[in-house]
Design a protein around this ligand. Structure first.
Ligand code: PMP
Length: 356
């Protein structure tokens, strides 16, 4: 089966993305997509960009898009780097800033792609266990790491967030190492570190258009950091593929960044639905962590996570279940519309009733 494969690829343990079903219509709450469509202005910008210029390569430096991000964040365009989703940015950053001889530190329960990249790049890893309540052990992150650090804030799949002051302490405690703050979910209620880019030369903040901008299908992410860090990311990119963001993606994302009103309205709607759903689940006997993201981390005393997952699936609702120690009895459930959450709560309570 693996004939002709290189040794590296034979040994690789790739990330497994959430299911994208084609055969059956599910209420899809398994990949943290936004339940609301992109703004009309975004669709219009993509249509406008679909012209004869598609025969030309896009701008490899994504200048117009970087300017839109700079306008939105108050940074300078030199402090922004764009890529094909934040997954690509993070993969580049692991290559740009971490060396095999010094372990990179991240939490034991966090975005599972970090471990995949580390293994793929032959980096050693220092896994720092989250506390029993799934909060981040700040003191250990201040004291332990010798090499680079990656923190998802809010964390996934738990939805827990650190205050900016706490993240600053980690960045300050390790001035000789790059600290990557993955802010994929920051717009749903956490504090961004983007405003500290001028203060800390070792801070790299990574964001995405996939979640709060409703553009998972366009594949755009960006990093923010000082010019030295941006140059290293360019060096990785131009050693692999110079044109990572296509013309339509760049135009659509710039339009999304310029539409603050729609962005704020949809983020607020998702946060309100999230908090309401959490309360309903708590009232029905589920355990649900407080969340600053667009998903909830849910369990039920006495019902295994796999049974919850299967019960939901049978009732037409897809959630994400990770077969991993510590979180096997939890589901990560994306916040959808109010109607989708009504169906979710009904399916979860029915599942528990039939299993108890
Ligand atoms: N970081 C975290 C914590 C995520 O959950 C995801 C989504 N899977 C990403 C980064 C990557 O998102 P994207 O590549 O769509 O920007």
């Amino acid at each position: 089966m693996k004939e002709f494969w290189s040794k590296k690829i034979r040994d690789a343990e790739p990330y497994v993305p959430g299911e994208q079903p084609k055969d059956r219509k599910f209420i899809k709450l398994n990949t943290n997509e936004n339940p609301y469509p992109p703004a009309q202005s975004v669709i219009a910008a993509i249509h406008a960009a679909a012209d004869e210029k598609l025969r030309l390569y896009p701008d490899p430096e994504c200048l117009d898009l970087r300017r839109a991000i700079a306008r939105h964040t108050g940074l300078r365009e030199e402090q922004v780097f764009c890529g094909n989703g934040s997954d690509e940015i993070l993969a580049f950053a692991f290559q740009a800033f971490f060396d095999p001889n010094v372990p990179v530190s991240f939490a034991d329960v966090t975005y599972s792609f970090y471990e995949v990249w580390a293994k793929y790049l032959d980096l050693s890893v220092n896994l720092i266990p989250l506390n029993d309540d799934f909060s981040l052990p700040l003191e250990r992150f201040l004291e332990e790491p010798k090499g680079g650090i990656v923190i998802a804030n809010p964390n996934a799949p738990t939805g827990q967030a650190l205050a900016a002051g706490e993240v600053k302490r980690v960045v300050e405690a390790h001035p000789d190492q790059v600290v990557i703050v993955d802010e994929a979910y920051v717009d749903f209620g956490a504090e961004s570190m983007a405003r500290y880019i001028d203060t800390y030369p070792n801070l790299l903040v990574v964001q995405t258009a996939s979640k709060s901008r409703s553009l998972a299908g366009l594949r755009v992410g960006w990093a923010m950091g000082n010019e030295n860090l941006m140059a290293a990311l360019r060096c990785v990119r131009d050693s692999v593929n110079s044109y990572t963001v296509d013309r339509l993606a760049a135009a659509g994302t710039a339009a999304a960044l310029d539409n603050e009103e729609y962005f704020e309205k949809t983020c607020a709607a998702i946060a309100a639905t999230r908090d309401k759903t959490r309360q309903r689940l708590l009232d029905s006997g589920f355990a649900v962590l407080p969340s600053k993201a667009n998903f909830l981390f849910v369990s039920h005393p006495g019902v295994p996570g796999k049974a919850l997952f299967q019960g939901l699936r049978e009732r037409g609702v897809l959630a994400r279940w990770f077969d991993k120690s510590r979180i096997r009895d939890h589901l990560r459930i994306t916040v959808g519309t109010d109607e989708e959450m009504d169906a979710l709560v009904a399916a979860l309570t029915e599942t528990v009733k039939t299993l108890k």
